[in-house]
Design a protein around this ligand. Structure first.
Ligand code: ADP
Ligand code: MG
Length: 228
């Protein structure tokens, strides 16, 4: 593995039961600190790829290495620890917990991973992030009491709180107005730059593409790749 290589995918094959959709990625490498945009039509497998990199889904065959770790080879518990400790995931569907407050949702990684220590500095950081995201007024509320766009920003806060080495963002600006879209993108990019984090972002907003180091179009994986 080249020294600066952070993600390496080789001959990756995945399909959902009962094989209605098959994903094949012959090869994809991402450098440490690189900011990569993933584009492609709806249903081509972008969310699936992020889930495979995060170890939420397991491939049929092939390699997925993240920072030298062979992700599919880890045990369930190790994959979970790796995901919560090292990856900031902004899910397309947010996946917020409505029995918790917005503040607790942002701090969630600290409740579910014993290796992460929740202290005063972390709670301060959560409040600072909420301020930057424009959701500090809602910290004590439940996510369901917030607008769609506000909930999306809670998901962004939860992804950034652990200062992850890898940020996987699935259409993080999809539900936002232009002003908030710009602000969220600025925040994600500046957090990534400050920590030298690697950023993979699925986006349909082509006006943002010049901000990335590289754009990977799923079309390039061709007929035997992303589509069937
Ligand atoms: P994208 O994010 O590019 O829109 P997805 O990765 O979400 O695409 O989905 C790729 C394909 O896999 C789609 O055809 C979708 O319907 C299908 N798919 C997604 N999730 C599941 C699932 N849990 N079970 C079966 N098929 C799924
Ligand atoms: Mg998707």
């Amino acid at each position: 593995m080249a020294e600066r290589e952070f993600i390496r995918i080789e001959d990756l094959r995945f399909s959902y039961e009962p094989e209605e959709f098959a994903l094949r990625i012959p090869s994809l490498s991402v450098a440490r600190g690189e900011r990569l945009a993933l584009i492609g039509p709806s249903g081509c497998g972008k969310t699936t790829l992020l889930s495979l990199i995060a170890g939420i889904l397991l491939p049929r065959s092939g390699r997925i290495e993240v920072d030298g770790l062979e992700v599919p080879g880890l045990s369930d518990a190790e994959r979970r620890r790796f995901r919560i400790g090292r990856i900031g995931l902004i899910f397309q569907e947010f996946e917020l917990l409505d029995h918790l407050t917005v503040r607790e949702n942002i701090l969630l990684p600290y409740y579910v991973n014993g290796a992460l220590r929740l202290d005063g500095a972390v709670t301060e950081r959560a409040e600072r992030l909420a301020g930057t995201l424009g959701i500090d007024h809602g910290l004590a509320r439940r996510p369901s009491a917030l607008s769609h766009g506000e909930r999306q920003r809670v998901a962004v806060g939860r992804a950034l709180i652990t200062e992850p080495a890898l940020l996987l963002a699935d259409e993080p600006t999809g539900n936002l107005d232009p002003k908030n879209r710009e602000a969220i993108l600025d925040l994600v990019f500046s957090e990534a730059a400050t920590r030298g984090a690697t950023l993979l972002m699925v986006t349909h907003d082509h006006s943002f593409l010049p901000r990335f180091d590289r754009v990977v179009d799923f079309e390039r994986f061709g007929a035997e790749g992303a589509a069937r």
